[in-house]
Design a protein around this ligand. Structure first.
Ligand code: AMP
Length: 279
């Protein structure tokens, strides 16, 4: 496995692979690799001849009061896991090379970013879209895998690829969960054992909301009120949002229909967790 820091070196390697007729698959991450990442990597392994995983904690997608500084980092552990998964290249650029002095070009997916997490994390998706486009131009993938846990992110990347005519196949991968249902996330490492138990209520609430819909409840308000009650009973008071939304536009719905997404974001002792389920 090659570990590459330099942008030029990564671009050269990608060019050579392409010349040799190889299909490049790509899994972008911020590291602290967990079971969810590993499943994406395994999917990436199946879909390409040269599998590239990037590890880059992207400063432009964090707000000034967010957890950029304390975001979990474990490069040695990550490299070991990547090696075991048969990754060909780990690309870990420096912040200085990704954002040199004078950097001022950003990508905005203007409507999709104005819902759900975008309302609570100003500038977050601008940072995400920008870094992903940069990574695409460096790694030159034929296919890239993104998790459905970050559903809004997936939709934004798909839109960007379409709008900017990038020749990259974007694959959405289902949410990978812990045994208790909690969606795997690097941020779970901030949680105590007790907080994790509390956090597992998020998925239970999503399942209950889905059951409510399947029983015939179509009012998004009734469905989400039920979810809120379940979360509050478990002691989760800080709810950024629970919404039934259109799976493509992410617009909030009043009347739920099959295929809609119920998306939720909560904070447990300041740790922000997101999850979603398809109705
Ligand atoms: P991150 O390192 O958190 O930026 O995530 C890197 C990629 O892994 C993104 O495409 C995420 O959506 C995906 N991912 C993170 N957690 C999960 C999960 N529990 N299930 C599926 N995909 C995930």
């Amino acid at each position: 496995m090659r570990v590459i820091k330099s942008i030029k070196e990564m671009q050269n390697l990608a060019n050579e692979a392409k010349k040799a007729g190889k299909r490049i698959s790509f899994v972008p991450t911020m590291g602290a690799l967990h079971k969810g990442h590993l499943e994406l990597i395994s999917e990436g392994r199946k879909r390409g001849d040269l599998l590239v995983v990037s590890i880059f904690v992207n400063p432009t997608q964090f707000g000034p009061n967010e957890d950029f500084n304390r975001y979990p980092r474990d490069i040695e552990g990550d490299l070991k896991k990547a090696r075991e998964m048969g990754v060909d290249v780990v690309f870990t650029p420096t912040i200085e090379e990704m954002y040199p002095e004078g950097f001022q070009t950003y990508v905005e997916v203007s409507k999709l970013q104005n819902h759900l997490c975008g309302i609570f994390r100003h500038g977050h998706f601008r940072g995400v879209a920008t870094v992903v486009l940069k990574l695409f131009n460096i790694v030159k993938p034929d296919v890239a895998i993104f998790g459905e846990k970050d559903y809004q992110q997936l939709k934004i990347i798909q839109r960007m690829v379409k709008d900017l005519n990038l020749e990259i196949e974007i694959v959405g991968f289902p949410i990978v969960r812990e045994e208790d249902g909690l969606a795997c996330s690097s941020r779970n490492s901030y949680l105590s054992h007790e907080d994790k138990e509390c956090a597992s209520t998020i998925y239970r609430a999503l399942q209950e909301m889905k059951i409510e819909f399947e029983r015939g409840q179509l009012s998004a308000r009734e469905i989400t009120e039920k979810g809120k009650r379940i979360l509050k009973r478990a002691g989760i008071e800080e709810i950024d949002y629970i919404e039934v939304c259109d799976p493509e536009t992410l617009e909030s719905k009043q009347k739920a229909t099959r295929g809609d997404i119920v998306a939720v974001a909560v904070r447990i002792k300041g740790v922000r967790l997101i999850d979603n389920i398809k109705l």
